[in-house]
Design a protein around this ligand. Structure first.
Ligand SMILES: NC(=O)c1ccc[n+]([C@@H]2O[C@H](COP(=O)([O-])OP(=O)(O)OC[C@H]3O[C@@H](n4cnc5c(N)ncnc54)[C@H](O)[C@@H]3O)[C@@H](O)[C@H]2O)c1
Length: 376
């Protein structure tokens, strides 16, 4: 068997015995290794001019191909992977691999074969789907993230970029919600994403895997959405243009943070490239705008007066929406790595409509709007 690459400081475990046994010398040594993990330049991170080999998990979803396009534009060698076959929209020269993140042996073999320098870990079951199949959501989101972190540790991957979510927050938090608040989500999706954040930060401090994450708000793009509870927003554009009408599954006064996809992709890539020493934390809130569902509908119908948008709240998805914050404080991301969104709601509408028209011309695929409660 090939010897595995071990990052410096990977054996902190040898020093960190139970609290009762830890001598001052052991604690000093442990602190030094942790400081080293925090302070040293990552083994390989996106910041420099270096062309990197990057693996993207869950690359067949709403975020994946947009992210891959951006990474390739920056000159990186990118490999897509997913449970799914290569999507039709994927570039023909994009290397594509079947990878089930719940299968630790498959991940280990793939990492040994590809030897990625950085990983963008997107694979997940999103909130609405996660509530219909909580056990599967646990397997994909929690065990899957653990498996990917272990593979990063065992194969010397320099950087792991993780996509967290505003679903890590539970109800009742003061608005706008800051980064460091008690994380008490009420969905399996939120619970597993909290675990992913904590695990990633642990692997950074203990093993030196340069773990970074953004907490995405609801993302809107010209892509068929994948079972998130914020899907009503992109569906107003997609169904509005396709059928001339859309019945949203939420109340018109529902207000959650949203973002146009290009801003979300830029956030991921900019955070990955930021100098580690400037980062005061591993996981960051990011925000763009926080419209009510009615305000999104108004933005759509101002641009497309022929479209009719109505509301028929689905109690299960509405309950999830009501548990999320209505606004996010992203001051730390702005301060630490210069984050700022470029699009507000109406600017997004202007940019998105031609993209959705092109999507609809390119595909007659049915929109998969999986209702909470249905098997998917
Ligand atoms: N889209 C949003 O609005 C949003 C908001 C917040 C956070 N996020 C996060 O961003 C990431 C990407 O989201 P997305 O919108 O592209 O989701 P998506 O549902 O569109 O895509 C997720 C992908 O993961 C894949 N997948 C599922 N199980 C897998 C497994 N066992 N192994 C490998 N792949 C598997 C799916 O096939 C799918 O292609 C996710 O981690 C999600 O939690 C998304």
């Amino acid at each position: 068997m090939k010897p595995r690459a071990r990052p410096p400081g990977a054996d902190v475990g040898d020093l960190s015995c139970g609290a009762g046994e830890a001598s001052p010398r052991r604690l000093r040594a442990l602190a030094a290794i942790r400081d080293d993990a925090r302070g040293r330049a990552p083994r390989a991170a996106l910041g420099g001019a270096q062309r990197m080999k990057i693996l993207v998990t869950g690359a067949g979803g709403q975020v994946g191909l947009d992210l891959i396009r951006r990474l390739r534009e920056r000159g990186h060698e990118v490999h897509g992977s997913d449970l799914l076959e290569r999507p039709k929209a994927a570039p023909r020269d994009l290397p594509w691999h079947r990878l089930d993140v719940t299968d630790a042996a498959m991940i280990d073999a793939r990492f040994a074969e590809l030897r990625p320098q950085a990983v963008f870990h997107l694979a997940a079951l999103l909130s609405a789907r996660g509530e219909t199949r909580p056990q599967l959501a646990y397997a994909v989101n929690q065990t899957g993230t653990f498996n990917v972190l272990e593979a990063c540790r065992n194969h010397g991957v320099g950087q792991l970029v993780f996509t967290s979510t505003i679903a890590v927050f539970g109800p009742g938090l003061p608005s706008p919600v800051a980064d460091a608040v008690p994380l008490l989500p009420t969905t399996m999706y939120g619970i597993t994403k909290v675990a992913g954040e904590l695990l990633g930060d642990y692997y950074f401090r203990r093993y030196g895997v340069d773990f970074r994450a953004v907490r995405f708000p609801g993302l809107i793009s010209a892509t068929l959405p994948g079972g998130g509870t914020s899907d009503y927003a992109p569906l107003m554009y997609i169904e509005g243009l396709r059928n001339g009408r859309y019945e949203a599954f939420c109340r018109p006064d529902t207000r959650i943070p949203m973002m146009y996809m290009p801003d979300g992709i830029r956030a991921l890539v900019d955070l990955a490239a930021a100098p580690r020493e400037r980062l005061s934390r591993s996981v960051y809130n990011i925000a763009a705008f926080s419209p009510t569902a009615q305000e999104i509908a108004d933005s759509v119908t101002r641009a497309l007066p022929e479209v009719s948008i109505t509301f028929a709240p689905d109690p299960r998805r509405q309950a999830i929406l009501d548990s999320w914050p209505d606004a996010i404080d992203d001051a730390l991301a702005r301060r630490d790595w210069g984050w700022a969104p470029e699009y507000d709601l109406d600017q997004m509408t202007t940019a998105l409509i031609p993209e959705v028209r092109a999507l609809l011309q390119a595909t007659d695929t049915d929109v998969d709007e999986t209702p909470a409660g249905a098997a998917s």
